[in-house]
Design a protein around this ligand. Structure first.
Ligand SMILES: [Mg+2]
Length: 324
């Protein structure tokens, strides 16, 4: 077992239920996350960018917005490809498979293999695979999440499982909720794929897994033992394993302070905020989550990498053989 992967029971008890939604008041959210952040010291600083050997990349608001690529998306892939810097896309959505996201990006004209996309569902399956390979798992999620666990060698067992996994389950009903609460109340290890309370959709929001976790907590008094997705660091550990790089060699690029940048702080790794999505420049001042670098968009980040300026140590990156 890799040093990156401590045993479940030693690491996660009591760390579940992290929140990352602006549906909570900023004060409550900040209090919770500041408390969580105190578990870690920020090892990286602005002068450490030359240690970055791989990028973790948020998708919506960073690489694309709805169905359109954002400025610099293609150039970022070209630059990192030429320079031999691996990129792993991250998404908290565990209801869809990486292949679905690869198809979405392909429809926008770029070729990104599914292996370059890590969903919180895949990360959860890999996390458990490293600790309890082949275990019997009660998976509460979409058919895609069930297939993910099947691919990783787990047996789905809703009657006598050893672990409970909760994902973004748009197929959930009262019978499923009752069974989920029964298993959690019985004390089984309880893992959630991500913590979001709501999922943004056209015209508003739909309740996400955080709302289901709140339901389970109200019924059973238990929070999840482990929450894998952003802003928690577990998905970084899984991405690092996939890339074959140490966690500290990675840099997270994203558009949300309280998920992308917070996760970077929790890992801790370097962080670059792009202002092409949710965050406005004025939001940074009031946030406990301070990025190491801020760019208008990926195009500006690529320009800084190409120029070797604007980021300390960016010149350590290899230049692409031709202009991008
Ligand atoms: Mg985003």
């Amino acid at each position: 077992m890799s040093a990156l992967i401590p045993p479940l029971h030693a690491m996660e008890r009591g760390l579940g239920g992290e929140v990352n939604s602006r549906t909570l008041s900023d004060k409550l959210y900040n209090q919770f996350m500041m408390k969580d952040n105190n578990r870690h010291s920020k090892a990286a600083s602005g002068s450490d960018f030359d240690r970055v050997r791989g990028f973790l990349l948020d998708m919506d608001g960073t690489f694309y917005l709805s169905d359109h690529l954002l400025p610099g998306a293609a150039a970022f892939l070209r630059y990192t490809g030429h320079a031999g810097i691996p990129v792993q896309f991250l998404t908290n959505n565990s209801s869809k498979s990486a292949a679905v996201y690869a198809q979405k990006i392909a429809a926008m004209g770029l070729d990104v293999p599914a292996s370059q996309i890590l969903t919180s569902g895949e990360a959860t399956a890999q996390y458990l695979q490293a600790r309890a390979p082949g275990a019997r798992v009660a998976v509460f999620g979409t058919p895609e999440l069930e297939q993910e666990f099947h691919r990783c060698g787990f047996t789905r067992d809703m009657q006598a499982p050893a672990y409970v996994v909760l994902g973004f389950d748009q197929t959930i009903d009262y019978a499923k909720l009752t069974r989920l609460c029964d298993l959690v109340r019985a004390g089984l290890p309880y893992i959630a794929t991500h913590p979001d309370f709501n999922c943004p959709v056209a015209g508003g929001f739909v309740p996400d897994i955080g709302a289901i976790m709140a339901f389970v907590e109200a019924s059973t008094g238990r929070r999840a033992d482990v929450v894998i997705g952003k802003p928690n660091p577990h998905i970084v550990e899984m991405a690092a394993v996939r890339l074959g790089l140490p966690v500290e060699a990675l840099c997270m690029v994203g558009d949300r302070l309280y998920t992308d940048i917070a996760m970077g702080q929790n890992a801790p790794i370097q962080t670059a905020l792009v202002l092409s999505g949710e965050t406005q420049p004025g939001d940074i001042t009031d946030s406990p989550f301070k990025p190491d670098y801020v760019f208008e968009n990926l195009a500006a980040l690529v320009a800084a990498l190409e120029a070797g300026t604007g980021m300390a140590g960016a010149s350590k990156f290899s230049k692409p053989p031709s202009s991008v």
